[in-house]
Design a protein around this ligand. Structure first.
Ligand code: ZN
Length: 198
């Protein structure tokens, strides 16, 4: 990219490190940014910096939030005895969009993957087990239907079963290997309603 001056090349390079942004898109974004009013660019970069600095884990469900407790956990009207376990904050958002789940969540931030060397201690699993010491009636495992998601589901169910708490798994209406956030709301709801005992 020698034909651009150093700063433009750097901007394109930085943008292309983002997921899903190839060289061409990075160029388009770079020139778009260069055409934006300076104040708007400052607002954008400030928003990114502030979000990165202030976002932390919810102390209860470990979703990403900017407060000690996320809006879902701090909502008294939610059913705190039903916990849905998901792999990521994006999966949580997918279920929240259906507007039909009244329980609370637990975000693992990943899934067990022996192939990638990700073990039970690398995800928020002990944090989930700690939560079960409270009054929990059901744990719904809504990890993805990928190999890693299934492995994680099995592992969690084995851990929880002896406690006597009901453990269920969302129905396999969710396409195998499917990312929860890409699945439409109707399918998600059907998967939730058709959940099976583990
Ligand atoms: Zn929370």
């Amino acid at each position: 990219m020698d034909y651009y001056s150093g700063q433009i090349s750097r901007l394109i390079e930085e943008l292309s490190t983002l997921p899903g942004i190839g060289g061409k898109t990075a160029q388009r974004l770079a020139f778009h940014i260069l055409n934006m009013p300076v104040e708007q660019v400052e607002k954008l970069s400030l928003t990114m910096t502030e979000a990165r600095k202030n976002i932390c884990y919810c102390q209860e469900c470990y979703t990403l939030t900017d407060k000690e407790h996320c809006p879902i956990c701090s909502n008294e009207a939610r059913d705190h005895q039903t916990i849905m376990v998901v792999e990521s904050t994006r999966d949580l958002a997918a279920y929240e969009k259906t507007g039909k789940f009244e329980g609370v969540y637990h975000v693992l931030h990943g899934a067990i993957s022996p192939m990638l060397g990700i073990g039970p201690n690398d995800i928020k699993l002990k944090e989930l087990i700690q939560r079960l010491e409270g009054e929990v009636q059901e744990v719904i495992i809504a990890t993805n239907s990928s190999l890693e998601g299934e492995t994680t589901a099995m592992y969690i169910s084995k851990l929880i079963k002896p406690t006597g708490i009901r453990v269920t798994r969302i129905a396999s209406g969710v396409p195998v290997g499917g990312d929860l956030e890409c699945i439409d709301e109707v399918t998600l709801l059907r998967a939730l309603e058709g959940r099976v005992e583990l």
